[in-house]
Write a protein that binds this ligand. Structure first.
Ligand SMILES: [Mn+2]
Length: 317
């Protein structure tokens, strides 16, 4: 990866620093040597899983666009920022990309950092979760919270895992290893999910929240639901598939959502509730496809979501 962190420079004032100035190459520093908690960027530059899912390609350039959009964010005061570069996999072999991601996520977790995975097809969610589990002590319950138009528990097709199957893979792994399956998907759109898929996900134990819950009259109930889910987990992998948002806000995704949720105060309230729980082990932005974007809008939304989450993380995380 070429170092591509650049942006505005308002001088040496510590209060005027931005992500591009604060960012350092990740060196796998042991936890004991770290002075502050760290956030470690990991790129997942592949849309092999999107293409295997018959989606529109373009997410292989997502990590670069998201880094560019994050460059001018104000640097967080409580965290050191690192970039671990991009993972690599066998071109069309989705599982090999997922395994590569799991390895670096696990290494970041062992070093005490919070991975920030920038994608890339949503197949990354399985690698993110697997690496988190691998680094956690035996018996740790690692739940998944996913903002998504789609449940992403489809069945693998003839080519195997793809961008619509990551939580099928999480469920399969958890079941095979006798672990509980904790999955909450928020912003689901009826037009994008078949009844068969919904029934299968519910039978597997998924909790599904429709996009229509994202309105002021339901905010209290939504936050209570979040609290109950978080309380039932030890750690959370937080995933934001940008196609959860309306196509007007996020046109640059494989599967745009004309009626998606808005990145409004209700969304921010919900995502802050999760981030402030102290249980978020890793953060993930998925499906940013720059060649399908309009004026960088989708990448900028991804960066704004990252900023919202990072600001709400407890500094002791
Ligand atoms: Mn998805």
């Amino acid at each position: 990866m070429t170092w591509n962190w650049r942006g505005r420079d308002d001088g040496p004032d510590p209060q005027a620093q931005r992500w591009h100035q604060a960012m350092r190459p990740w060196d796998a520093m042991p936890k004991s040597r770290a002075r502050r908690p760290s956030i470690v960027v990991i790129g997942y530059p592949t849309d092999a899983g999107v293409r295997a899912n018959f989606g529109r390609a373009g997410a292989h350039d997502g990590p670069g666009a998201l880094r560019g959009a994050c460059g001018n964010l104000p640097a967080p005061s409580g965290f050191t920022l690192f970039d671990a570069g991009d993972v690599a996999g066998g071109s069309e072999q989705v599982e090999s990309w997922q395994q590569s991601l799991a390895a670096i996520v696990a290494a970041v977790r062992v070093s005490g950092g919070v991975p920030l995975v920038l994608g890339g097809g949503h197949d990354q969610a399985f690698g993110h979760w697997l690496g988190t589990v691998q680094a956690a002590t035996e018996g740790t319950i690692v739940g998944c919270i996913n903002f998504d138009a789609h449940i992403d528990m489809r069945e693998s097709n003839h080519v195997g895992a793809h961008s619509g199957t990551p939580y099928t893979q999480v469920h399969g792994w958890a079941t095979a290893h006798g672990r509980p399956f904790r999955y909450l998907v928020l912003g689901v759109q009826p037009a994008h999910n078949t009844p068969s898929l919904i029934h299968r996900a519910l039978a597997a134990g998924a909790q599904i929240v429709d996009m229509d819950a994202f309105q002021a009259s339901q905010e209290t109930a939504l936050l209570q639901l979040i609290d109950r889910f978080v309380n039932a987990c030890d750690l959370i992998c937080l995933s934001i598939d940008l196609d959860a948002f309306s196509a007007s806000a996020a046109p640059g995704v494989s599967a745009p959502s004309p009626m998606g949720i808005a990145p409004d105060a209700i969304f921010r309230s919900v995502v802050r509730r999760i981030a402030s729980s102290g249980k978020v082990a890793g953060i993930e932005i998925a499906e940013c496809a720059p060649c399908l974007d309009v004026g960088g809008r989708t990448a900028r939304l991804g960066a704004a979501v990252v900023d919202t989450i990072v600001r709400a993380l407890p500094v002791s995380a």
